[in-house]
Write a protein that binds this ligand. Structure first.
Ligand SMILES: [Zn+2]
Length: 160
């Protein structure tokens, strides 16, 4: 049995057992209700709510309701629709719209862009180029100090 937040009908039904009790006294009573101990098995109107899972009493004329309250009914319908939609999507998936990211062939040994436009539109976010000033500074430093870690060179560490 899956329990969700109890609906109005379930609360109403439980209330008749716990009316006037303190919270501490009510807890063991509620657990006895949940175990079915206090439930009148001969009463065909007492049932589990299809949505919240708690016992409640169906007062409807034909005793055909399956949820304890309007809220539970709405919620179970939402749940059913969501499941239906997920099943439908699984069996007959909607063709997904192609995105620019699809032009990146990342799974090969040398990943590449299949389309230059996509590469320029998307690629720069992940491989942002330096601006020309930074490139100038880097190449100037390389000319002065050589390639590699300039800071290590300056600190006198000879292990270059
Ligand atoms: Zn309910």
């Amino acid at each position: 049995m899956t329990y969700r937040s109890p609906g109005k009908g379930a609360i109403e039904y439980t209330k008749q057992f716990t009316e006037g009790l303190t919270q501490e006294d009510a807890l063991p009573v509620i657990s006895r209700i949940l175990s079915g101990e206090l439930i009148d098995a001969s009463d065909k109107r007492v049932k589990h709510c299809d949505y919240c899972g708690y016992y409640w009493r169906d007062e409807s004329l034909r005793n055909t309701r399956r949820t304890c309250s309007g809220e539970c009914k709405t919620d179970i319908k939402t749940l059913q629709r969501r499941k239906q939609r997920a099943d439908k999507e699984l069996i007959n998936p909607k063709p997904r719209k192609r995105t620019l990211q699809d032009d990146y062939i990342y799974w090969l040994e040398y990943p590449f862009w299949f389309n230059e436009y996509s590469m320029i539109k998307i690629g720069w976010k992940f491989e942002a180029p330096y601006d020309s000033e930074t490139i100038d500074a880097v190449s100037a430093n390389n000319q002065i100090y050589g390639e590699g870690n300039r800071m290590r060179h300056l600190s006198g560490d000879k292990k270059v």
